[in-house]
Design a protein around this ligand. Structure first.
Ligand SMILES: [Zn+2]
Length: 144
């Protein structure tokens, strides 16, 4: 059997280190070699990230790759922006349509120049958004 004794840098005695195992779920088993005379840690072996930690890191990387890929691909980003704008235009159009219907009902009961002016304004705004929506939709078709 070989001599496993090591000279302690702290107390200078030659000793067989006592082993102290540490480690957790996230780290590999680390062994502290402790001097039996003075109790200092002479050296440590092992340690580092556990297999579980590498799995967690891999998982996080894979999860993050999705958004990163869509940012790297401008085509995907452009389509997403178009869809957002289309949704916004559609929302504006339906908002103005509700207003227009309400105004038309009021006008039917009591036609006033003010209400007629307002309904005309709202129709113009709705038409503006409709034109914008048509443009966006034909733009989106080009991407498909
Ligand atoms: Zn020692």
């Amino acid at each position: 059997m070989s001599d496993q004794r090591v000279e302690c840098k702290n107390c200078g005695k030659r000793a067989t280190p006592r082993l102290w195992h540490t480690g957790s779920f996230f780290t590999k088993k680390k062994i502290e070699h402790i001097c039996p005379y003075c109790g200092t840690t002479m050296y440590t072996t092992g340690g580092g990230l556990s297999a579980f930690s590498y799995l967690v890191i891999l998982f996080v990387v894979v999860i993050s790759l999705g958004p990163v890929m869509s940012v790297l691909n401008p085509e995907v980003g452009a389509v997403r922006d178009l869809k957002t704008e289309i949704a916004f235009s559609q929302k504006q159009i339906s908002k103005y349509e509700v207003e227009i219907v309400a105004l038309e009902n009021s006008i039917a009961k009591e036609p006033s120049p003010y209400l007629l002016k307002r309904v005309k304004e709202f129709r113009e705004r709705r038409d503006k958004f409709q034109a914008q929506l048509n443009e966006l939709q034909s733009e989106l078709k080009k991407h498909n």
